[in-house]
Ligand binder design. Sequence first.
Ligand SMILES: C[S@@+](CC[C@H](N)C(=O)[O-])C[C@H]1O[C@@H](n2cnc3c(N)ncnc32)[C@H](O)[C@@H]1O
Length: 334
Amino acid sequence: MKNIGKIKHFNEEDVRFATPKEVAEYRANRLKCSRIVDLCCGIGVQTGAFAKTCEQVLGIEIDERKVDNAKKNFPDENLKFIKGDVLDEKVIEKIKDFSPNIIFCDPERLAEEKERNLFSIKPDLKKLIDAYSKITKNICIEMPPRMDLEKLKDFNCEKEYLSINNKLNRLDIYFGELKKSEISVVDVFSEARIEKSKKLIKTKSVKAPLKYIFEISEAIVKADLINEFAGKINALILENKDKNKVFLTSDYFEEDDLLSLCKPYKVIRICNNLNDIIRILKLKGFGKVILKYSIEPKNYWKERNMIENQLNKNMKKEADLFRINNQFVIGEEV
Ligand SMILES: C[S@@+](CC[C@H](N)C(=O)[O-])C[C@H]1O[C@@H](n2cnc3c(N)ncnc32)[C@H](O)[C@@H]1O
């Protein structure tokens, strides 16, 4: 379940749209300043995190019930909430008077099927940027993380993907002095960060796995930073026909914060057929096997049970089964 911290005033829907606490804290550190505005602040999870790193915080929200809840959730002295439409001239005037160093916005995401405008977010991105860049150029906006980056090609901003437990979680775009690079990926817990290189980087690839396989965060794949990441952890790209499954490989690895952006597995054996797989899993005392190759969700448990039913059920040890081109690779998480 999503961690939204120790707040008391919310309903089920509010939680679905609220910022996870760990993301709120990461952003609050990155956007630390004297005066910050949180546009579209909902029940205030992000606003409350800003109150810990910034001197004065102003939250704006259109929904009266949410504003009331935000006020009850965060009665901090350095925090003020206003009910209003962020595109309303009077609201913009109040924000101008506050003289913020940074403006943050977590807009409402529209359901994909209702997507009519460019960005499927509310309020409109262009109107928002037009109105607020007159107050400060230092703006950060949360965007739908799976959106096509082509749509942002006319914006001079950093695209920062946030990763939690190897999964893509958020996309934030940074304007003005907040922009540090073109594209970046950050692990929210360790704050390990990787940026797009200005030079073209092409990492060597190999056809067969070495001693370790690395399952890289979805965020790195989405940001297209695979070559940069492989270079940083001294790994090679493992050539794979299945383009949905990108793995790196190496003969060794050293402890590094960047490893929070991938999961390393020790290669136990490369197998050519099911009999081989079962024989090795039994021999090595595995009782469970997680399938790491592309498989239709409806077939996942059928296939997994078919293998596990032939293993010793008393064994708790878990293996991971990869398919690289025409071979299977048995691995174990390090
Ligand atoms: C994704 S939620 C924000 C969640 C918030 N960060 C939190 O942790 O609770 C987006 C919010 O934008 C608000 N919103 C949408 N359009 C708005 C507008 N024009 N002005 C102000 N708020 C707006 C919605 O009511 C919704 O609460």
